[in-house]
Design a binder for this molecule. Sequence first.
Ligand code: SAH
Ligand code: SF4
Length: 382
Amino acid sequence: MLANLLDYDLEGLAAFCERLGEKRFRATQLFRWIHQKGAADFEAMTDLARSLRDKLRDVAEIRMPVVNSEQRSSDGTIKWLFDVGGGDAVETVFIPESDRGTLCISSQAGCAVGCRFCSTGHQGFSRNLTSGEIVGQLWFAERFLRVFLGRSDRVISNVVMMGMGEPLQNYSALVPAMRVMLDDHGYGLSRRRLTVSTSGVVPMMERLGRDCPVALAVSLHAPTDALRDNLVPLNRKYPLHELLQTCVAYLPHAPRDFITFEYCMIDGVNDQVSQAQELVALLRQSGNGSNWCKLNLIPFNPFPASGLKGSSARRIAAFARVLIDAGIVTTVRKTRGDDIAAACGQLAGDVRDRTGVAGRIAQQRTIMLTPVAMDAPAHKEG
Ligand code: SAH
Ligand code: SF4
């Protein structure tokens, strides 16, 4: 089988070139052709000796991701479905803003964590993506967008690992892929513009800090273990106090001096003022004050199988007010691409569940989450 050169970071490509009897610096040339110029064909690499191009053709390829479909939202968001073989397909989303272009990348076909409020989680898990399949999403999108938008400069300035899958449960493929994204000979992203979002795989968060520190977003969603156990099943393995300690320990490695917490606002489940107060207390206890983290409130994006509803704008505002008054920087995420189901947690791709996770969630759905006591004013707002 031919080696897929998208699988290698620069170090890996240098080792590959050495095995072919080539000097390491050839790897840099090759790497730049692939990632900066978007070349998929060795013939195009005119400054490489013909003998090397011939050799490469015999043993290697640049295996592009196969696009199944593309959808464009009225707000400029674009979503691609990539066929990754074996009946699995994953989604990637480009989100244009005035000052940046963000690509939301998938790390797995499906996800084994099985969060109640996430469409990917409901699908179950098929397999980890390879490094080449992870970086291939960026390779494709950057190449496509330059042509589509008629630009020669870089279009994608930010990457968030917030597509399908739990990136830290695919660590060994994730790290080389991110090294390609960070490399100046690759995509040259700064560490602050590359974000890993995790549901809280504690040991891998520790390793990430040492191996490849990038911006970290942690999906919190609840102020207590009882509720988080229910929403994010991984909490039973890595409960809140461990998770928050690990976040604090990540800070010295973090490219920004804060950690972002994502908190998906679900009607009547985790959106009460009293829960915001509990959250403030929890964050204060763990991090010596309140300015070591930011809260990003995500309006829940509904999908039929979840049986859950999004919080009202007023309830989100009331929740945010408690956090802001406590000195915690808080933002409410704008939902993008909802006309093409490209918003957070709506990515479903097409996954063969090989684990039974999907079935287990489906059964759990019959057990309702214990409704929390309603705060009086918020209750009236509905
Ligand atoms: N597995 C990682 C990254 C992918 S999910 C993680 O969980 O962090 C990216 C973000 O979308 C997470 O914060 C996740 O909690 C959030 N999310 C999942 N389902 C959602 C939904 N239906 N509405 C809003 N946000 C959702
Ligand atoms: Fe997996 Fe993240 Fe979805 Fe949870 S929210 S099921 S960890 S993709």
